[in-house]
Design a binder for this molecule. Sequence first.
Ligand code: PLP
Length: 417
Amino acid sequence: MITLPDTPTREHCLALDRADPLASLRAEFVLPEDMIYLDGNSLGARPRAALARALDIVEREWGEDLITSWNRNGWFRKAYELGDLLAPMIGAGPGEVVVTDSTGIDLHKALQAAIGLAPAGRRRILMEGSNFPTNNYMTQGVAAQLPGCEVVFTEGEGIAQAIDERLSVLCLTHVHYKTGAIHDMAALTARAQAAGALVIWDLCHSAGVLPVDLNGCNADFAVGCTYKYLNGGPGSPAFIFAATRHHAEMRQPLTGWWGHAEPFAFERDFRPRAGIGRMLSGTQPILSLGVTECGLQLARRADMRDVRAKSMVLTGLFIQLVEARCAAHGFRLVSPRDPQRRGSQVSFDHEQGYAIVQALIAAGVVGDFRAPANMRFGFAPLYNRFVDVWDAVERLADIMDSGRWRDPAFATRSAVT
Ligand SMILES: Cc1ncc(COP(=O)(O)O)c(C=O)c1O
């Protein structure tokens, strides 16, 4: 149990860091000396091991072993191996997860598989309209290919009420990308399944930072990325989970040779591979998978209960300090105040959020901005410290009190916010 007094000081934060069971993991990451990195919910920090791993793949595996690496260096099995490495962190079993493609593509495959397994005649997909847009776009793309398929958008409390016997698939993101609010996976899965529907969970903002129990919740499918809290690197491949009970019957439309029962038989016609392998489509990005493995190995070293306990205090402390130090500056908390309902991020809305985030970055505190007004701060318990929270809020208060954020240079929008 991590506790802080009602009015914490920087000294209290340092004491918590000294007692932190995860503290030693920070040294396994490369973090710039003068930067407080609060954007691990967008792109995780680089594991120190990633550079040597990338060099080894390029120099030895590719350079010396060339094509033999598919067997000799295990390239052909990487998507499965990484899936099994990730599985315990999301409550999946061996052989239920592969690491492949992007979240959007995996979602496309999961949606098609789920619709194929849903009761005949049903063609309704329910999701949150405020979800990360690619999920909406991918779902609309799937619906456009299926005559009579409709996508119904609803929000928060309305989700449970919108579940009825017309539903084929409930497709939700476990932790909301803007607010950080957590859905009750067990309750919503049970409710949708009681109505005969299947359920897909997007774990982009939960994998590696909250305990997730897909099988404990009887989830049907799940997808998620590895470049946030799993620290797999920019554009690292995503993952897809399918519950074992669906393996024999599930079908997905991107039927490439890697999903074939015998890829090296080079048969003319497609026959699906047994098990989760049928979710694969084509040749995997080996360099990226190799680096992703470094992030997954680090995450596996942490006890997810310690990660969650630290995450709740980091985010709670940030809220408490921002509200105390910046009360006059018009920040509106949009993340749940209850730590049990909050993922590992804190979001505040502010009309001038973009310029404030830019000024903060210039002051060495990296968060990000999501239009129209959302300032997001992600807390990665594997490498963020309690003292980082203290120092970040001090710098934010300084920018606000001095009005430095009003510098016109901070208002110029870049392509990526
Ligand atoms: C909830 C959610 N789903 C999907 C994605 C991105 O998907 P992709 O990796 O396909 O770009 C994100 C990206 O931040 C996300 O937050």
